[in-house]
Structure formats: C-alpha cells, structure tokens
Design a protein around this ligand. Structure first.
Ligand code: SAM
Length: 272
C-alpha cells in the first residue's frame, strides 16, 4: 500500500504508543515478501493482531478471502479507515486481542484455511501465541514477526538454554521455521532490536488424552529452571513419572530442559 497524502499527514501527527509496542513497518517490499511467503489464497481467512496503520492489512486483503484484525488502540481508527477504504473484506475489531472471543468472531465467515499473520506487539508476543493455542483455535498456519531473540527461542531444541515451556507447546502443535530476517531500520519508530519472521505450520501430532494435563505438566516442569523434576513436580505421582522417565534413560534428578516433547506427551498421557 502506498500511503496517500491524507494518510501520510495523519500518520505524521500520530502519537506512537510505546506501551502498545507500536513499531510500524514502512518497507513495502518486506510486507510483500511476508505475504507472498505465507501462500495465502482466496479461500483463506486471515486473523491479524495489531493492524497499526494498516500496511500489512491492506496487502493481506488483496490475497485473502477475508481479514479480521484486532487493534487495541482506537486512535488508529481514522488512519485505518483512510488506508483501508478500498478494502471491503476487512473487519477491524477494536479490542484487546487477549480478551477476544476468537471462535465467536470467526464463526460468521466461510473459509477453507485459517491463518494468523501479524507483526506482533513485542510486549505480549508469548501471551498472544499462548492464547491462540489455549483457545484451541484450529489455525493452519501462523506467520508472525517478532523480536529476533524471542523468535529464536521458538525453535529451541532440548538441552539448550533457549528451550522452555513455550518451545514445547509450539513444537507440539507446529512445524516451526524462520522465513525472514528484518532489520530494525524498517520500522517507525525504530525499535532497539532486529526482528525475524517465523512460520508455524500445523502438524500431525500424537493425541493428548487431556491437553490441560499436558499444559500443566510442561509449565510445572519448567517452573524453576534450575531445579530438577523431583522438586518441580512435587504434587504429581512421582513413581509413575519415574517409571516413564526410565524408558528414556532419564530420572527424577533430570531437569525439564532435558525432556523432548515425546517424553512430556508420554508422561501427560499416563497421568490421571
Ligand atoms: N501491523 C502494523 C505494522 O506492521 O506496521 C503494526 C504492528 S505494531 C508492532 C503492533 C500493533 O499491535 C500496534 O498497532 C498496537 O497498537 C497493536 N496492539 C498492541 N497490543 C494489542 C492488543 N493487546 N490487542 C490488539 N492489538 C494490540
């Protein structure tokens, strides 16, 4: 989208809010690259979190069937109305995404694929992704721009210091890959760090008997990273856990970061 004079003027007067992680992309090529790499088609419903001035939203709208975008900052309405005036397939919902009823909001749309595509507000990257997972929104793909350091953690493997509960959840649900490096110089205002764009593709997964048990187990195992499983999982059936760990040459003195996703699934599926 090329900003017209009116929207340039509106944006030049806009009071960027750091508390909302407002760093808008200015480079049309980066936006095009993200959207083209996402392989959106005319039967795709796209959820965007934080449309900002609508540059990414506009490009998404040209490729997708429909776009629903959640924006917390209502003072962007004038700019968004101007920049998206030629898009009739975009719905902007002015609310905090973390409080959104996503299933309800999307139910009026017909689509074959559901994607989440966003340049995420950095201060709530993890809560946003966890909300999508915990609300059990059946997304086929997520393509998100995040701070580089955070993005690298998404792909972390066991026995590395980046491996944490989020990496376990994400790698259970998705194949995760980096698709683009993005310099901090292409944003206004310029953030302190570079970003990366990460793609998450829904994968076939081993069934969980009860996803809540899995979530709690993973969260509790990583509760105090320096402590071993015996200390972090005091309230669990430690005998049962120990017998499962044995199969993987692990024991209760092991730490959470040594456990692969398969081990967490095996334990979760054997707890009541
Ligand atoms: N998509 C735009 C772009 O790429 O230029 C803006 C991205 S900016 C990094 C993040 C956007 O998320 C801002 O517009 C901000 O107001 C919005 N935002 C922040 N917190 C939010 C929340 N809890 N729910 C919905 N939108 C939020």
């Amino acid at each position: 989208m090329n900003y017209n004079n009116k929207s340039k003027k509106l944006l030049s007067k806009f009071n960027f809010k750091k508390k909302y992680g407002q760093n808008f992309i200015t480079d049309e090529n980066i936006i095009k690259n993200i959207v083209e790499k996402s392989l959106i088609s005319k039967d795709t419903l796209v959820i965007e979190i934080g449309p900002g001035a609508g540059a990414l939203t506009h490009m998404l709208a040209t490729y997708a069937k429909n776009v629903i975008a959640y924006e917390i900052d209502e003072s962007l309405k004038l700019i968004l109305d101007e920049n998206l005036s030629d898009c009739d397939n975009v719905e902007i919902i002015y609310k905090d995404f973390l409080n959104a009823d996503i299933s309800n909001d999307i139910k009026k749309y017909e689509y074959k694929k559901l994607y989440v595509i966003a340049n995420l507000p950095y201060y709530i990257t993890t809560p946003i992704i966890m909300k999508i997972i915990k609300d059990e929104i059946d997304v086929d793909k997520m393509v998100v721009m995040v701070q580089k350091e955070v993005g690298n953690r998404f792909k972390a493997k066991p026995n590395t210091k980046e491996y944490n509960s989020l990496s376990v959840y994400l790698n259970y649900y998705f194949d995760v890959k980096k698709i683009l490096d993005v310099s901090k110089n292409v944003f206004i205002p310029k953030p302190n760090v570079d970003s990366i764009v990460v793609e998450f593709d829904k994968k076939d997964r081993v069934k969980l008997k009860d996803s809540k048990i899995f979530f709690d187990l993973v969260k509790d195992s990583f509760n105090q990273k320096r402590k071993n499983l015996k200390n972090n999982l005091k309230n669990y059936d430690l005998n049962k856990i120990e017998s499962i760990l044995k199969k993987y040459n692990l024991d209760l003195t092991s730490r959470a970061e040594q456990l692969s996703i398969d081990v967490f699934i095996d334990i979760a599926n054997n707890l009541n």
